[in-house]
Each structure stands twice: as C-alpha cells, then as structure tokens.
Write a protein of this length. Structure first.
Length: 125
C-alpha cells in the first residue's frame, strides 16, 4: 500500500497595506502573514507543528521580507505626500533646467528630427 505523507506550510493574512518594495523599486501592496507547518497524510493536514515567524509578502513580485521593512516610509503614507501649501521634500522638488538646453523646468527635452536624443550620435554615423 502506498502512503503519501509530508510537511506543508499554511499561511494566514493578518494585515494588508502599502509599503516600499526593494525588489520592485516602488510602493506596492503587501500582506502581513503568519504561518504554521502541518504534517499531512494524503494532503490532509493532521498534526500542527510549530508556528513560523511573521513575514511581509509583496503582492506584485511575491518577495518575502522580515517585518522590519514596514518601518520604512512609503510615499502613499500620510505625512510623506506633500500637502497643498507646503514645500515638497527635496527628492520630490522639480529639477531646474540645464543651462543651454532652452527648455523650461518640468518639460521634456526637444528631440531632433532624426529621432535621436539631443547631443547623441545617430546609429548610422
């Protein structure tokens, strides 16, 4: 007789929110999860084993992090996004125009008629 047995993790979501994912490089949704390992026979969990540590799961890239990553500020959290009438943080301030480019702050640089970026050499040259 063939008996199929093994160990499997089962997770439960404790909380959800927004955090800065280092792998994705931006603010992403997360799930704070805790888990438990079970011994199973024929894929039926029978014996609960010790609990696992809590972890944060990025819902976009599925990367798991320790819960300390939630201490980092995310741009979507209140207090980080500049409120009307206040100065934005230095990393959100608009960059001044480069001298000699003739462009206004906040506008895209003009492209030449060849379709290349200003100052670059075309691929056929």
């Amino acid at each position: 007789m063939l008996i199929i047995w093994g160990l499997r993790f089962y997770y439960r979501t404790i909380a959800q929110g927004v955090f800065f994912c280092r792998n994705c490089g931006g603010d992403r949704n997360y799930r704070l999860r805790k888990g438990r390992r079970f011994f199973h026979i024929f894929w039926i969990p029978l014996i609960p084993l010790p609990r696992t540590a809590e972890h944060v799961l990025c819902t976009t890239c599925k990367t798991k992090y320790v819960t300390d990553v939630l201490q980092m500020p995310a741009a979507a959290q209140p207090g980080i996004v500049p409120q009307p009438g206040t100065a934005p943080p230095p990393w959100m301030a608009p960059q001044p125009a480069q001298p000699g480019t003739g462009s206004q702050p906040g506008t895209a640089p003009q492209q030449e008629e060849t379709g290349t970026q200003p100052g670059s050499t075309p691929w056929w040259a």
